[in-house]
Write a protein that binds this ligand. Structure first.
Ligand code: TXA
Ligand code: MG
Length: 340
């Protein structure tokens, strides 16, 4: 299959809608990462997503909408806390798990009675969903296990020959996948930190938000995951990743000593710390935690492109978007964390 890469225009959006309505797959930009979309009401179309990504069949998909009027078809009820969060953060990078409605097949939810719903703010994502008039099931548009794509070129790298169309809306603004919360337990549980931070959720709800088990630490063998995604290896480049935490001077010394023994090492750190690593390849995490989020997946892909065998990722504090960044880096490292 030939894979077209087109800028979003009325013509390419019409083509995308036609492909989606016929049960085909289209990759599209969102404010978080690129999604691999299919008709969320069509079980066969959803199965094609799992095949194209090589995704484990037990990992459910997020259903994307372009207006609140689509919600009653997708969920059977809207929990009170979910309503508060929708009012505060939709459209935007927040996914809310609610009781599943009848129109959504189990192929989308991987057999669960709950469904994850997201209303993206990206204008091209909204235009595509609106144009085809269907809720769109979409995971991140990477091959399963690889870092999520934040540009159309990343999608092409993974999906060339597997899907007919990639809409190229430029680089994604947030750069990490949406925050995922579960609203089906009477209180909100944070299952995946993201651009809508834990602090922002707590402020909107007026109460503390619990972090799901397995989010910031590996699950024990045989332990049940609240979200199937927590079981699977994620975001991993070919290079080995180690996260280094601790006082600034100790971190730099550890990385320099350790890198001296590696074939092709590199460091991922904020710009302000670049000077601590003379002679080492530095992948820039930018100037702020928000930049780190924006740059992380592209940096991990770049590490592979330049043949790095070892990435030393400097840790961040867990405040604000730091929690999401650390969640992704620690998973990319298989929870290989050096605490000094
Ligand atoms: O930003 C995003 O969320 C992107 C863009 C494309 O919207 N999508 C995305 O999808 O990251 P994906 O499939 O890579 O991640 C979805 C996560 C998985 O960890 C999955 O296990 C979890 O959401 N999830 C989906 N439905 C669920 C459900 N009913 N219960 C628990 N977890 C669920
Ligand atoms: Mg993903």
């Amino acid at each position: 299959m030939q894979t077209k890469v087109l800028k979003p225009t009325p013509e390419s959006l019409a083509l995308a809608a036609e492909i989606l309505q016929k049960g085909g797959l289209v990759a599209f930009p969102t404010e978080t990462v690129y999604g691999l979309g299919a008709d969320a009401t069509n079980a066969e179309a959803a199965k094609a997503i799992f095949a194209a990504k090589g995704r484990p069949a037990d990992n459910p998909l997020i259903v994307h909408i372009s207006s609140l009027s689509m919600l009653p078809e997708i969920v059977s009820s809207v929990p009170e806390a979910a309503q508060k969060l929708m009012n505060a953060f939709w459209p935007g990078p927040l996914t809310i798990i609610m009781p599943k409605g009848k129109k959504i097949p189990y192929a989308v939810t991987a057999g669960l009675e709950t469904v994850a719903v997201r209303f993206p703010v990206h204008p091209d994502a909204q235009a595509m969903i609106e144009r085809c008039g269907l809720p769109i099931a979409a995971p991140s548009a990477n091959l399963s296990g690889k870092p999520s794509p934040t540009t159309a070129a990343h999608v092409f790298e993974d999906m060339d020959g597997r899907i007919p169309l990639i809409l190229d809306g430029g680089p994604c603004q947030v750069g990490l996948e949406s925050t995922v919360v579960d609203a089906t337990h009477g209180h909100i549980i944070l299952l995946r930190p993201g651009g809508v931070t834990r602090e922002m959720l707590e402020e909107a709800l007026g109460e503390e938000v619990a972090l799901g088990k397995g989010v910031m630490e590996p699950l024990a063998d045989g332990e049940k995951a609240l979200s199937p995604g927590l079981k699977h290896k994620h975001y991993a480049p070919k290079a080995e990743v180690k996260v280094v935490l601790g006082p600034d001077d100790l971190r730099a010394q550890y990385i320099l000593d350790s890198a001296a023994k590696d074939a092709c090492p590199c460091v991922l750190c904020l710009e302000g710390r670049r000077g601590l690593y003379p002679g080492l390849t530095v992948l820039s995490a930018g100037n702020t935690p928000e930049d780190y989020a924006h740059n992380l997946f592209a940096a991990l892909r770049h590490a592979d492109e330049i043949g790095c065998t070892q990435v030393y990722a400097e840790g961040l504090s867990l405040e604000g978007v730091g929690l999401a960044v650390m969640n992704r880096v620690e998973r990319a490292a298989g929870f290989h964390v050096i605490q000094l």
